[in-house]
Design a protein around this ligand. Structure first.
Ligand code: CO
Length: 192
């Protein structure tokens, strides 16, 4: 991945934004602008102490996500990754793990998803790759893939649980959040 660009932090779209409900189209090429976007997304994610970020969360409707578990999962050999056009081709088992989301600050809830997954995706050279993952990596990939389909982790919760979170969610949608990263809430317009 090239790094000659100046990296800039991007505002993260919060819950309540229309763009978070949209399905992102597949990418057919990776332009210099996309490489820059990937660098910016990684920087934005690191600044916000996140381990995964979908392009949708910075208002870009593209099947693109970034992941960096290098500090949190004991997988220090793992480099930051950009995953393009991901598709799950196999799953194994189910497990409940607590999730959070940079677009839904201060809410963490247990979500049940496949424990082990195999995905097919394009890397930044548009080469088709396959990856089998379990543990936190499998979880982050699935959470971020949901974003590319306009789905949030809270959409997996029971109605009772969502009702319980209603006030907190309403506050987030109004921007009443105590976070140290830049955010936007866009109810009407999206960038594309
Ligand atoms: Co998220």
């Amino acid at each position: 991945m090239k790094t000659e660009f100046d990296v800039s932090l991007l505002p993260i779209y919060l819950y309540g934004s229309e763009v978070l409900k949209k399905k992102a189209p597949r990418m057919t090429e990776v332009t210099d602008d996309d490489i820059r976007l990937i660098q910016d997304m990684l920087e934005t994610m690191h600044e916000a102490s996140g381990i995964g970020l979908a392009a949708t969360q910075v208002g870009e409707l593209k099947q693109l996500l970034v992941i960096d578990l290098s500090d949190s999962d004991g997988r220090t050999e793992m480099k930051p990754m950009a995953i393009i056009n991901p598709e799950i081709i196999a799953t194994e088992g189910m497990v409940e793990i607590e999730e959070g989301c940079l677009s839904i600050p201060d809410i963490r809830e247990a979500v049940k998803r496949p424990e082990k997954i195999t995905i097919r995706f394009h890397d930044t050279t548009m080469t088709l790759q396959e990856l089998t993952a379990d543990g936190m990596l499998a979880r982050v990939i699935q959470h971020e893939m949901d974003h590319l389909n306009g789905v949030l982790f809270i959409d997996h919760l029971s109605t009772a649980k969502r009702t319980f979170l209603k006030n907190k969610l309403r506050k987030i949608a109004k921007g009443e959040v105590d976070i140290d990263y830049e955010f936007v809430i866009d109810k009407k317009k999206t960038k594309r």
